[in-house]
Design a binder for this molecule. Sequence first.
Ligand SMILES: Cc1ncc(COP(=O)(O)O)c(C=O)c1O
Length: 374
Amino acid sequence: MKLWIPGPTEVRPSLLAECARPMIGHRSDAMSKLHDRIDPHLRLAFGFAEGSGSEVAVHTCSATGLMEASLHGTGCRVLCVVNGSFSKRWAEIAQVLGFETVVLKKAFGGAASPEEIERALVEKGPFDALTLVSNETSSGVRTPLAGVASVMRRHPNTLWLVDVVSYLAGMPVDFDAHGIDFAFAGSQKALALPPGITVFAASKRYLERVRKGKRPSYYLDAVRVLDGHRERKTPATPCIPLYFALAQQLEDISNGTTLPAQDSALRGAAAWTARYAKHERMYRTTADWATRHGLEYIPTPEHRSWTVSCIRKGPLDVAKFLAELKKRGHTISNGYGDLKDISFRIGHMGDHTEADLERLLAAADEVMLAGAAR
Ligand SMILES: Cc1ncc(COP(=O)(O)O)c(C=O)c1O
């Protein structure tokens, strides 16, 4: 069975084998070496600039933990762009933490434009932080980061926090070039690992601000984790099996191992760029397939994700379509939240190959031609 849901996604057997390695002590030299292996490749994943003052770390919790950690110490007023389930969750977390939370709400399936974000910052500000989910896995909506970056440059006192959960390792983040202050991604999306750990990045400006701020959490304190990572330590016992798998996967990506044959000689940043290009091709192949069947995407073309396609059901019965695909060895997802039963989602991310995708779409063709999902 191939897992095409938008996370967790398929994990290669060699990475599952990494999770089965004999245990090591989390205060051992071997663990410090594991951090050493992870660090340079994570910088490539976040697209740090040369000589960057930004930092990376890994924490043992799912991405929701980093949504919470990201806010600690930033101040007291936050603007949350809400255009789907996960951005809504982040706004709820801000409220639970006692932030004065202003929501810039868009319809499920929509995206806020840079102009709308700027208007909210000016008319409802000042804000200490802005939260943005770059790729709403719930609706397949990607918010292009470059446009928002140009707005955030005009608001230097507002820290820009970005959820790149289903974006990182599938699309280029360009953390420093865009002036992002904090970004995080869970392991189970385009990094194609089992769930349980989250990787994150913080700017110098973010660290300077939150170090002085109130951070009423011990475990979900990003500063504590970043300080630990710098010394190649973790504040608590980490999920060591996933660290083994993360180190191997990051090295594999940087070494071109996960790329199609024609790109497999690429190394370093070029290999990461080729991984993004593979994701873009997989999105385009899926979009062509949808067009052939007269099916429409939920997002507008400029907001379509390269990692997850959210497609209106057209004449299909979603439950039957999912069941027929499962019989043929492929699991895809129903729509999420407001889009359940009126759309379906294909998570074409991580280490799925283009040949795998062709097989999934051929199975979908077969189901549709037989009229088995109406
Ligand atoms: C965009 C996005 N943000 C946050 C989360 C929350 O991640 P987790 O459930 O791993 O905490 C998800 C989960 O699917 C997600 O897709």
